[in-house]
Design a protein around this ligand. Structure first.
Ligand SMILES: [Zn+2]
Length: 309
């Protein structure tokens, strides 16, 4: 299947026009999923016939019929590919994210459906890197507002005590300066054990680690070239700061406040994945960023039950 990707350097309008043809959508997803051509998911045979009316393949060896959605996060979804691809484009490229209400309106589905689609795409955006960060790393944590007032009293007290001021969730981040890539995670407390464990899991020994003066970072000197930003004494060392990570926090907060209004603590990590994805891929073009999301849907599945926890 040949695909001439006419949208490759263009913006949203071009993309929407391109995705309006269901056969073009199918070809595009198939090429991303099977770079060397479609194969039967059951017996791996490449002897297939394409069923034009159903937009599916039939295996000539084991007789199984399958769609391009099989084995991807789109499996079991009745939503047509043009709506999926448009939504992926929007989430990959809207700097402050996009709400399920906006998506519902744009592609004509219910808000509930749009919400679930967005969570599936966020799941695809999650990149769990196994390589440890090196060079110079900024480490910092921030509070993201929860909705403690709507919780059961006992649960609320537990959250408030465990999570810091006003029941907010704690988010921890690491930014590797040389690559400009960020990693974020939701943590239960700002205590030393938890924050330092995250650093050890993600940062190679000997790396320069810059943090603020929070006591939880004390003692990192034994394994890292740890330097502390002293906000009271500016201009001590212009290079020792966590400004880039702080800029990311403000982007994240703007996106959550402006677009999503509020985020349930349980789902917060998916919004972090989404914002970190756009940040880490900010040097790509819109089309490249979209393609990166599409490529990552292959082999990932997310059931409704899993999203709701
Ligand atoms: Zn087969």
């Amino acid at each position: 299947m040949k695909n001439d990707k006419p949208y490759s350097t263009k913006g949203l309008m071009e993309a929407i026009r391109y995705f309006s043809d269901s056969v073009v959508c199918l070809k595009h997803v198939a090429e991303s999923k099977w770079p060397t051509g479609p194969a039967c998911p059951q017996c791996t045979s490449k002897r297939l016939s394409f069923l034009t009316t159903r937009l599916m393949w039939k295996c000539l060896d084991c007789k199984k019929q399958f769609s391009v959605k099989v084995g991807t996060i789109l499996e079991d979804s009745a939503i047509p590919l043009d709506k999926w691809l448009t939504t992926m484009w929007l989430l990959a490229n809207c700097k402050n994210g996009i709400s399920s209400y906006e998506v519902a309106d744009a592609i004509k589905v219910t808000q509930r459906t749009a919400w679930f689609m967005l969570h599936r795409i966020r799941y695809a955006m999650h990149t769990g890197s196994v390589n440890k960060m090196t060079g110079t790393v900024e480490a910092d944590e921030t509070f993201i507002g929860g909705k403690a007032r709507n919780m059961h009293v006992g649960k609320r007290m537990e959250r408030i005590r465990g999570r810091g001021p006003m029941g907010k969730a704690v988010v921890f981040g690491l930014l590797e300066r040389e690559t400009g890539k960020i990693r974020t995670s939701v943590v239960t407390t700002r205590r030393k054990g938890e924050l330092q464990r995250r650093i050890r899991e993600n940062v190679a020994t000997g790396t320069a680690v810059y943090t603020d003066a929070l006591k939880s970072y004390d003692g990192l000197e034994s394994e890292y070239a740890h330097k502390v930003v002293d906000h009271a004494e500016q201009y001590v060392d212009g290079n020792v700061h966590t400004n880039r990570l702080e800029n990311f926090w403000s982007l994240l907060k703007r996106s959550i406040k402006g677009t999503y209004v509020s985020v349930e603590p349980f789902h917060l990590f998916r919004y972090l994945d989404e914002q970190a994805f756009r940040y880490n891929e900010r040097k790509l073009t819109s089309a490249e960023r979209f393609q990166k999301v599409l490529d990552s849907i292959v082999g990932k599945r997310l059931t409704y039950a899993l999203v709701l926890g």
